[in-house]
Design a binder for this molecule. Sequence first.
Ligand code: ADP
Length: 397
Amino acid sequence: MKVLVINCGSSSLKFQLIDSQSEKCLAKGLCERIGIDGSMITYAPEGGDKEKTLTPMSDHTEAIRLVLEALTNPATGVVKNLDEIGAVGHRVVHGGEKFAESVIIDEEVLAAIRECSDLAPLHNPANLIGIDACRKLMPSTPMAAVFDTAFHQTMPEEAYMYGLPYEYYQKYKIRRYGFHGTSHSYVSKRAAEVLGKSYEDLKIIVCHLGNGASVSAVKNGRCVDTSMGLTPLEGLIMGTRSGDIDPAIIEFLAHKEGKDIDQIMNVLNKKSGVLGLSDNLSSDFRDLEDGYHAGNVHAVRTLKTFCYRVAKYVGAYTAAMNGVDVICFTAGVGENAGIVRTFVCEYLGYLGVELDQEANGRRGEDIVISTPDSRTTVMVIPTNEELAIARETVRLL
Ligand code: ADP
C-alpha cells in the first residue's frame, strides 16, 4: 500500500509518499507560507530532481490539492491517480492522556484531538486543519493520527507528575507528556533490531538532538521517562528553547526587562537555547562546530553547556532504569555532530563507555560507535518519523 504521510504546521506542510511494502519513500516535499504572500511548493520524486514552484496557496486545502496534483502529475508524479494512495497518516502533536497509541481518524477522534488543543495551542489546531483538508479532497481514504505524545504515556506517575498543587492536574491535566515519541519509539526499536537483541530485555536511552531536542528512557520496551514536559520547552537546551530553568527567572526578568508573560515566553521559546547562549552566534550546530574549532568563546561555552545537560539527563535516566545497556543518538545534531557525541560520552566513563572514533566519524547509517570492549553500547540510529507514521497507519488498517 502507498501511504501519504502529512506533517502539518500553521503555515507549512511536509509530506512523503511511502510504499509500505518496500518501505521506500516515493516522493516528498514541502508547502511553505500557506496563506501568506510568496507561497511555495517543493516537490522531489525519488531519484528525480527537486522542483520549487512559487504558487498562491490561500489555505491548507489548496496546499493539499497542489500536493496531490504533484503526486499524480503525468510527467513527474509517482502515482497514476489518487486511488493508488491507500491511506493517509497524520502527525498530531498532542494526544493528552486520551491517546496512548495511534488511531484511525473518525468524528470522535477529531473531537478528542480538538479537546487537547488547550495543551498545544500552536500545533493541534494546525494538525486538525491538515486532516480536514485531506478529508475534503480524499473523502473515502482511511486516515490515521499518530501522536508525538503517545509513546510516553507508559511513564509512571512519579515521572510525569510535577511538584505542583494536585488540583491543577485534576482541573487542567497539567503533567509531563513528552514529545518526539514517534522518533524515540522508532529509534529504540531499531537499536534492538540492529543489535539482534530482544527489545523487551534492554534498557535504552535515546538522545533525540535536533533543533528541538529530548532524551527518553526506554526500559523493557516501555518509555519510563522523557525530558520534555507539558510543552516541548522543558529539558535539554535546544536550538532556540531554553530547556530547564529556575521558574523564578520568569518573574525576575519580567521586573528587570519590563516584559509581559507573552514576551518572556517568546524569549524562552525563540531567543534562548544555543542561539541565545551563544550570544546570537547561531542556532545551527554546524556554525557552533566551526566556531569551536576557530576558538570562538561563545561557541565553546555553548557546545559545552549543551553537552553537559545531555550527559546529566543520561545520568538521571541511568538511575531511573537502574542501569543502561544502549545509548542512541539521533536527529539532525545527534546523527551528524560527532563532536557532540564525543563531549557527551566523555562524561560517561562510569558507564564504561569507550567511543570508537573511526565509527563516530561515519554518517547516515545505523551504527555502533562504541568499541567492542565498551561496557555500554553507544549507537547512531538515523530517525525516520515518516516511515514510523506510515508503519503505524498500515498496522491500524
Ligand atoms: P528539527 O526536526 O527539530 O527541526 P532536525 O532534527 O532536522 O531538527 O535538526 C536540525 C539541526 O541539525 C540543525 O539546526 C543543525 O543544528 C543540525 N545539523 C544538521 N546537519 C548537521 C551537520 N552536518 N553537522 C552538525 N549539525 C547538523
